[in-house]
Design a protein around this ligand. Structure first.
Ligand code: NAD
Ligand code: UD1
Length: 339
């Protein structure tokens, strides 16, 4: 049985991926410093799957801690989720973002080399397409110009991983470019639990619905889109997690670098998201239209054909599923993992 190390695995996407890996017969080791998560998510992963996770509290920048983990477990592949991801915060704290996101990557690569582990999957983002490419995005497009330090860390880490693979032909590196992950596990036991005021649309919607925020502001309705609001490629987090299992299966069969978009290929507008959430959950959400948010693009969506061709992966869940599952998680856990 192969063992996968999830760096940053207690977070939103990592915890959902842990469930799917365990259900597919992989062993899972998680290392997290709980900068944006808590160990409760992994307890719930164990409850959902009935399987054990080896859980370590450590900073992934800390190589001595990583070495201990690699010596106590025979790691076959790493999935690198560990990173800071709040775009606005990255503009205010660029040095912390570059330090955390780049150093976690370098420490992982150095430790992998020391322990002769050559397989790594990296959590990249559609943000690397930047402002210069045209939708739908395809993997061979050049990385674009980003509007914030968070985006630049993803661009830089992709470059670091590509250079490392070039210098080490035995390595297998997969860069997964996520579009907009939303929703939660259908059990309602794990989901996204942002600290403070949510930056992203869906956690904000869920907190308005549960009464933690008064109303949603829709950022701009004068974009060149069918209803004037921005369009994004929202993907159910469980579909995304299953994409990681396919990527792990694949990473053991190949060498070099492969890049995959993980998205549905279908964009929805902010207004469509809000009305779908209201309809499927049978409620009214308080919202108003406000000015545009700086740095937002009118549209972002994937061409996801490559993941289907090479990994045999495509999304299965609908926007209705995403909205229902999100609400099940939020209404069962109004304060997230806190009691
Ligand atoms: P998350 O914040 O829920 O998960 C990231 C995890 O990494 C957290 O548990 C955090 O505590 C941990 N972490 C951060 N720095 C660490 C460090 N130095 N040492 C140990 N652990 C550390 O975020 P997520 O939504 O699950 O995202 C996972 C990855 O996917 C991130 O790299 C993120 O940038 C990327 N991504 C996310 C999205 C999205 O919309 N959620 C989109 C594109 C890419
Ligand atoms: C954002 C980041 C992106 C990052 C991704 C995942 C920006 C510019 N981009 O993508 O780099 O990879 O999150 O973390 O921040 N919206 C509202 N009201 C809100 C919140 C959002 O109308 O309160 C709108 C936005 O204008 C956007 C859409 O909802 O059109 C989705 O926003 P969000 O969830 O923040 O994702 P992105 O902006 O696509």
């Amino acid at each position: 049985m192969k063992t996968i190390l999830l760096a940053g695995g207690a977070g939103y996407i990592g915890s959902h991926t842990a469930v799917e890996l365990l259900n597919s017969g992989y062993n899972v080791v998680v290392v997290d410093n709980y900068a944006n998560s808590c160990p409760e998510s992994i307890k719930r992963v164990e409850k959902i799957t009935g399987k054990k996770v080896a859980l370590y509290e450590a900073d992934v920048k800390d190589k001595s801690k990583l070495e201990k983990i690699f010596s106590e477990n025979k790691i076959d592949a790493v999935i690198h989720f560990a990173g800071l991801k709040a775009v606005g915060e990255s503009v205010k704290m660029p040095v912390e973002y570059y330090r955390n996101n780049i150093d976690t990557t370098l420490s992982l690569l150095e430790t992998m080399k020391k322990f002769n582990v050559g397989n790594i999957i990296f959590s990249s983002s559609a943000t690397v397409y930047g402002e210069d490419n045209k939708v739908p995005y395809t993997e061979e497009m050049k990385r674009g110009t980003c509007t914030n330090p968070y985006g630049w860390t993803k661009v830089m880490m992709e470059q670091i991983l590509e250079d490392t693979a070039k210098a080490n032909p035995d390595m297998s590196v997969i860069l997964l470019r996520y579009f907009n992950p939303i929703g939660a596990h259908e059990s309602g036991m794990i989901g996204e639990d942002p600290q403070g005021i949510p930056n992203n649309l869906m956690p904000y919607v869920a907190q308005v619905a549960v009464g933690r925020r008064d109303h949603l502001t829709i950022y701009g309705n004068d974009y060149p889109t069918p209803d004037g609001t921005c369009r994004r490629d929202y993907i159910h987090v469980v579909d995304l997690a299953k994409g990681h299992v396919k990527a792990i299966d694949y990473v053991f069969t190949t060498k070099g670098v492969e890049i995959f978009n993980l998205g549905t290929g279908t964009p929805y507008s902010v207004t469509e998201i809000v009305t779908t959430f209201e309809r499927v959950n049978n409620m009214k959400l308080k919202y108003e239209y406000g000015p545009r948010r700086q740095g937002d693009l009118p549209e972002s969506y994937a061409n996801a054909d490559k993941a289907y061709r090479l990994l045999g992966w495509k999304t299965e869940k609908t926007l209705e599923d995403m909205c229902k599952d999100l609400w099940r998680w939020q209404s069962n856990n109004p304060n997230g993992y806190k009691k």
